[in-house]
Design a protein around this ligand. Structure first.
Ligand code: MN
Length: 222
């Protein structure tokens, strides 16, 4: 699995997207994707660097380490690291688990071990999809919805994350994640979040999600 930004140390950098801004059209429009990546995500990286610049001891820690022990950080930087570091990590995961829409309907659902696990734990892929979409539609205000593999129970869980809360790296693996902040969809969908959620199902990179699932299941996490 390619290294994600959890292994970055100060100064943190904005990763390039693995596809052009127009690649997810018409489901996610190029203007939204460009602003979301170049402005929103970039601003989280900039503010994270500003916070960590004040404390040289923190500059040795990876983003994953900073977030795992965020509650032990000095109060002066704690909120900034949680908010902006969490934003950096979650956006990186979000970009990685998206891909241009596939032409074959069969590619709109995962196969292999992830497909089997979803079927076993949710009854069917359609039932999983309905539950995930309902959680995303009903999440109040800003946040994220993740399909999380819990390492202790080996179960797949739909996690509802507030603001830029993150899944704890040692305890769970994010298989899939969806940004439900208004900035993710407002330009194209305005207040119609359910339409954006529907669009999301067309641009999921199931091979990446399957790889994340298998890696989490075999190694007990990253
Ligand atoms: Mn966002």
């Amino acid at each position: 699995m390619p290294a994600d930004v959890s292994r970055q140390t100060y100064p943190f950098t904005l990763p390039e997207l693995p596809y052009p801004y127009e690649a997810l059209e018409p489901h996610i429009d190029a203007a939204t994707l460009r602003i979301h990546h170049r402005e929103h995500h970039a601003t989280y990286v900039k503010k994270l660097n500003e916070a960590v610049a004040k404390d040289s001891a923190l500059q040795k820690l990876t983003l994953g380490q900073l977030l795992r022990d965020a509650n032990k950080l000095p109060e002066a930087v704690r909120a900034a690291v949680k908010n902006n570091g969490g934003g950096h990590l979650n956006h990186d995961l979000f970009w990685r688990t998206l891909a241009p829409a596939q032409s074959s309907a069969n590619s709109h659902a995962p196969r292999g071990t992830l497909g089997d696990a979803l079927k076993e734990q949710f009854g069917s892929f359609e039932e999983f999809r309905r539950k995930f979409s309902d959680a995303a539609a009903s999440h109040f205000a800003s946040g994220w919805i993740a399909l999380s593999l819990d390492h202790a129970s080996r179960r797949l869980v739909i996690a509802d994350l507030k603001d830029h809360e993150v899944l704890h790296g040692g305890d769970a693996t994010a298989v899939l994640i969806l940004d439900v902040w208004e900035h993710a969809y407002y330009l194209k969908y305005q207040n119609r979040r359910p339409e954006f959620i529907e669009a999301f199902w067309h641009v999921i990179d199931w091979s990446c999600a399957a790889e994340r699932f298998e890696h989490g299941a075999s190694s007990g996490g990253v």
